[in-house]
Design a binder for this molecule. Structure first.
Ligand SMILES: Cc1ncc(COP(=O)(O)O)c(C=O)c1O
Length: 471
């Protein structure tokens, strides 16, 4: 017997206890604070730091799990920070099953069921967002999907895999996600190769400015390669004019990548808002955001799989696929930057089959409705000011009083988080610090969303009492 052996009986007992613990936790989520109270860095170091143990403690290792859960931000129905989904539990069971199964979703030959299921899920997602016929793969998240999409763009327009990077310009709006300049840096193009195009009053890319910037670069002898259109910007959820941008890409022969990490899945509920998305060459979307999956489930879709192979196919002899059969010879590693890959699709496949796509569509509709309810309540409250239109489910606003409004709203935000009844985050809108609630949460009710207002006002009242800042 080896020292890492675990009997089926012991596994069963551990899993049984863990399942009970997890179910109790899920039941308690609505009553938990939206942020762990009294938490600090010294305490988490004390609890979870420590030296590597040479001798195991057996089942007692699991005794620390309640502390891990207590010191974590729960997937509360009153969590409205960033763009972060709410972790649907059938998906969590799917992660558990995938982990027990322990597949390498690199190629059909190493994981026949996993590869077939991932290709099925990709086909479902592509069809669901109006891009039927696209290929793709599941990724770690939106950032890696954007990196891969732009790598495909670079290889299609200014091939660099063999002889290195020789320039190339990418266009996106000033509101584009930080993963776009990060991708440009990682691809060797550099931040300076990213042209940040101005936005209109609704935070959508100004397409005349885009047109002008491309012409200007061409006249200067630069090499435009791709435009990144946002289908849901992180701060406000604005959707760039996708059709006009697609026309411009067509005119100049540029690659169109749509960053739909936040918004693309909302096309299940409001397809018309995303008209033109189907003209993308590549499209990122995040099931771990608006399909509420456990973290670590993004997706890149693309029109032409040979473009993915051109960017990512670097087969070594040790990995060479030996079958000519289109199913059995399929390898995700030929179309992805990953070789060993987890069976990400299982959670999504189980979750979609368990509830049906209609349930997700309904839930997204509800998130969009709740965002409108919140926006209307903010508009009706004279101590609050809304700072952007609500295109999807992000609502940006601030408290208005006398004094330095940026400082006041910063203090309000930290108080709101500390009070632990609702979690919101922040953004800069037209150089103003704003409070931001983003509803991508299958657990939230209207009452949860309304608590954003009562908590912000309560935090402002607390702040007034401290008289530390004019309010
Ligand atoms: C528009 C947009 N693109 C990309 C990303 C990055 O996604 P991920 O956090 O999954 O890497 C985000 C994250 O919020 C986003 O809002």
């Amino acid at each position: 017997m080896r020292s890492l052996d675990l009997s089926a009986e012991t596994f069963r007992a551990l899993a049984h206890d863990l399942t009970n613990f997890a179910a109790d936790y899920l039941e308690k989520i609505p009553q938990l604070p939206s942020y762990p109270s009294g938490i600090n860095g010294r305490e988490t170091e004390h609890l979870f730091g420590g030296e590597i143990p040479m001798d195991g403690i057996g089942a007692a290792a699991f005794d620390s799990l309640p502390k891990v859960f207590e010191n974590s931000r729960p997937a509360s129905p009153r969590f409205f920070g960033y763009v972060f989904g709410s972790g649907e539990p059938v998906g969590a069971l799917g992660e558990f099953a995938a982990s027990v199964l322990h597949q390498n979703a690199a190629a059909w030959r190493s994981a026949p069921a996993a590869i077939t299921i991932e290709r099925t899920v990709i086909r479902w997602l592509a069809g669901a967002v109006g891009c039927a016929g696209f290929s793709g793969s599941l990724t770690l998240g939106g950032s890696s999907a954007n990196l891969m999409g732009l790598c495909m763009a670079r290889e299609a327009q200014a091939p660099a895999n063999n002889s290195g990077v020789r320039g190339g310009v990418i266009y996106c709006s000033v509101e584009a996600h930080m993963s776009i300049p990060k991708a440009a840096a990682l691809l060797g193009l550099g931040h300076e190769a990213v042209r940040l195009i101005a936005v209109d009053e609704a935070f959508r890319m100004r397409t005349e400015d885009l047109h002008r910037a491309i012409e200007h670069d061409l006249q200067a002898g630069k090499l435009p390669i791709a435009v990144v259109a946002s289908a849901g910007t992180t701060a406000t959820g604005s959707i760039d004019p996708l059709n006009t941008i697609a026309d411009i890409c067509h005119e100049f022969g540029l690659w169109l990548h749509v960053d739909g990490a936040y918004g693309a899945l909302a096309s299940l509920a409001i397809p018309d808002a995303f008209s033109g998305m189907e003209r993308a060459d590549s499209l990122s979307l995040d099931p771990h955001k608006w399909l509420y999956q456990p973290t670590g489930c993004g997706c890149l879709l693309y029109r032409d799989s040979t473009a993915a192979q051109r960017a990512f196919s670097h087969s070594g002899e040790y990995a060479r696929v030996l079958s000519d059969d289109p199913i059995e010879g399929f390898a995700f590693f030929e179309e992805s930057m990953e070789l060993s890959r987890p069976f990400r699709a299982l959670k999504l496949w189980l979750s979609i089959r368990y509830y049906g796509l209609g349930a997700f569509k309904e839930s997204i509709h509800e998130d969009l409705r709740l965002a409108k309810v919140l926006a209307e309540s903010i508009d009706a409250e004279k101590r609050l000011e809304r700072l952007a239109p609500v295109a999807l489910s992000a609502v940006c606003f601030r408290y208005v009083g006398s004094g330095d409004l940026d400082a006041i709203n910063r203090s309000i935000l930290s108080r709101v988080v500390r009070r632990g009844r609702v979690y919101i985050s922040n953004a800069m809108i037209s150089n103003k610090f704003c409070l931001r609630a983003c509803i991508v949460n299958h657990r939230s009710t209207e009452e949860d969303v309304r608590s954003v207002i009562s908590e912000v006002l309560a935090a402002a009242d607390e702040l007034k009492q401290t008289r530390s800042v004019g309010v």
